[in-house]
Design a protein around this ligand. Structure first.
Ligand SMILES: Nc1ncnc2c1ncn2[C@@H]1O[C@H](COP(=O)(O)OP(=O)(O)O)[C@@H](O)[C@H]1O
Ligand SMILES: [Mg+2]
Length: 240
């Protein structure tokens, strides 16, 4: 089982979109995938599960399992073939300053993928500790680039590796995006980390989100489906 944290302390850089679409991409390549929503906002849960309402039941999060008030079988929900999710609940607030230990040893998945909240504390730190490595999504702007240095230091302090940096919402018509992309590649080389195939800026991503579908279910012929399939393929290449 590979455990991957999708993390960046910066908000709005494509963590949640990438968690769902990487998970769906791996599931379509016959990997059994469990997504774990660790953001109390529950965006991943709402995006993956069309009927999910944040208020419907708040005892259904990963934290309920960790503190013993629920079993995995109570909280895991099927999304589609080979793809399941543990939604986020409001009880995640209690995790803000706490370390928790995730024990997936009773489960049989090829991948567990955490969608982390936008802060390098609590749930994110616990997820990174539980993971073999992290994927760091980033946009191609100056501020996003600056936060990469910070997260790479945090990862080092936690003793975990960065599997790779994932450029999302890439717009090649913006000269600043091209410039920042080359800065990201140089930075990644300097810390010996790969850069995943780029995910382009496309409205299909936003539309799929409105329809609460992953990109493959929404439009399997879209550029975005091809982009996330390429990322999933690269992750599969890392399997040993
Ligand atoms: N490849 C893309 N093309 C267009 N919009 C994107 C793309 N990736 C992300 N976005 C948009 O960026 C916003 C933030 O993405 P999200 O995954 O929620 O970020 P985070 O989880 O890091 O806060 C969303 O509104 C999403 O629609
Ligand atoms: Mg998010």
């Amino acid at each position: 089982m590979r455990v991957i944290a999708i993390a960046n302390q910066k908000g709005g850089v494509g963590k949640t979109i990438s968690t769902l679409n990487i998970g769906a991409g791996l599931a379509r390549r016959k990997r059994k995938v469990l997504l774990v929503d660790l953001d109390r906002q529950g965006n991943l849960s709402m995006y993956a599960l069309p009927t999910y309402k944040r208020t419907e039941k708040q005892a259904d999060s990963i934290y309920s399992v960790c503190r013993g008030s629920a079993k995995f079988s109570d909280v895991i929900r099927g999304v589609e073939e080979n793809l399941s999710i543990i939604p986020a609940g409001k009880d995640l607030d209690e995790l803000r300053d706490k370390a928790i230990t995730f024990d997936f040893s009773s489960l049989h998945y090829d991948y567990v993928i955490f969608d982390c909240p936008p802060a390098m504390q609590g749930a994110t730190v616990s997820a990174i500790r539980a993971a073999d490595g992290a994927i760091i999504p980033t946009f191609c702007d100056k501020f996003s680039f600056e936060s990469l240095g910070e997260i790479s230091l945090s990862m080092k302090a936690l003793g975990r590796k960065i599997n790779g940096i994932l450029i999302t919402k890439f717009n090649s018509r913006l000269s600043v995006a091209e410039q920042v992309k080359s800065d990201i590649i140089t930075f990644a080389d300097s810390i010996k980390v790969k850069v995943y195939p780029v995910v382009r800026d496309r409205v299909a991503i936003q539309d799929s989100q409105s329809f609460r579908q992953n990109i493959f279910a929404y439009d399997s012929k879209s550029d975005s489906a091809a982009d996330y399939a390429a990322v999933a393929e690269e992750i599969i290449k890392e399997e040993k």
